[in-house]
Design a protein around this ligand. Sequence first.
Ligand code: ADP
Ligand code: MG
Length: 560
Amino acid sequence: MLEQGTISIHTENIFPIIKKSLYSDHEIFLRELVSNAVDAIEKVKMVSRAGEYNSEIGEPEIAITVDKEQKTLAIADNGIGMTAEEVKKYINQVAFSSAEEFVKKYEGKSDRAIIGHFGLGFYSSFMVAQQVEIDTLSYKEGSSAVRWTCDGSPEFRLEDSSRTQRGTTITLTLQEEELEYLEPARIRQLIKTYCDFLPVPIKLEGEVINRQKAPWRESPSSLTKEDYLEFYRYLYPFQDEPLLWVHLNTDYPFILNGILYFPKLVPDVDVTKGQIKLFCNQVFVSEHCEEIIPKFLLPMRGVIDSTDIPLNVSRSALQTDRTVRKIADYIARKVGDRLKELYRDNRQEYISSWQDIGTFVKFGALNDEKFKKQIEDIIIYRTTYEAKTETPAVEVQSQEGDAWQDVSAAPSLPYTTIKEYLERNKERHENRVFYCTNEATQATYIELHKQQGLEVLFMDSFIDTHFISFLEQEYANVKFSRVDSELDESLLEKDKAGEIVDPKTNKTRSELIKELFEQAINKPKVNIRTEALKSDNPQGSPPAIVLLPEFLRRMRDMSA
Ligand code: ADP
Ligand code: MG
């Protein structure tokens, strides 16, 4: 037997579930009611632009009032209002939203999206209210005001209202255990959290409490450097200025707006926890969006706003969502573009920021193949190379102190890419890179190389340990040697002046010591250089240094 039909729902049974379990968090009822008010105001603007409403719209406004005696909280707007028919249609029918219909009808009459979508938000008010009243007057000519009341049972009352102002007032009589929402401080905190950037003034006790301006929704060309910095200070007060920022702004193949900042890295901050705030149509959704941001960009700060990120799904579902993956790729690409642009147009600033952004960039190169391809040519290293007049390496101001400060008096440090390094040194040592990992403990070795005219790169950030292995794979034909590893005799500039020669064997002192060492530790290829360290060595280094073959050096380091 085959039977088809429609599943019926008993409102009496489903209503308590909607009321109690629609959202995990009771406080979001306010976000929902304010979003509806913002939508109502946007809608009245749209019908006015469409020429269907010719009276004054007036200054848009949402007013929140609390009455501690009556235990009521009211949210009033001067938006589009509702007719009795609309109340029956959109309020009495749970999960029925007017948004889609409305947007279709008034397409192109607004540059911002209507927030409403599912037709469930209004019912979240029953999570905190024992009774909800809607008092509303539609913009439509000849419509009369109506009052709808419901005490949380599936029964409602609809009656005439004496209201004369266009718009809607939602009045909640709070449940006994939800009286915290009568506290203006609590309401202010909720508005600040969820509704701060909604484009309508929200008044509490006669005062506007939301910022309204959402810079990420503006066009990048209309914003100045100071606008971006001001917004950063607003989001993260009392923090160092950000190093640089990326303004995300796309409509296709998904809608995404946002501003992401590279902060100055602060030690002891948990960078695995995202600090980017997620919004949907300027309504705050979540403090973290680890699932949407590529891992290596988690230390970034700022906001992203997208209607294409599915909400109310599990974190793991979010991580595998195709649009979310595309958004993550897009963000990485935009960040890469911005870095390349800065490298090209403002090398000085790029280098000043490198100590902080370098870590992100290297981590990104290690973790994201596409990002690596994009930025591999702009990964730079501090070098011992001192630029002469021809083919100078990049000159930069000292990294010490605040990069934004004027440090023009400080000594300059040159930076280079691996490619530039290899090119510059190819005659002396082809496919060979010398690097150091600790400027202080390897000072003697760095000095040895400098005296020999060999350029040394500084790979001394914590990520470089991993990064060197990565570079060895990337440049398979290049040998990377740490300064305290063996050094080919053939690379050294021979200068025997000052060398003490043993008259019996005609060997130099260093040759003799070397032989002794080789016998003693029975290991080939140990280089001893005494001549490399002149007596005027400012580091006051020991008279001899031991160089182990690179693989032995690594083994020693591993067992240490
Ligand atoms: P959604 O906002 O997703 O459409 P809601 O449950 O929040 O769903 O609201 C249902 C409908 O009720 C809205 O689509 C809108 O038509 C109407 N509505 C709710 N609040 C207001 C208001 N303040 N002014 C005018 N209409 C409103
Ligand atoms: Mg809504």
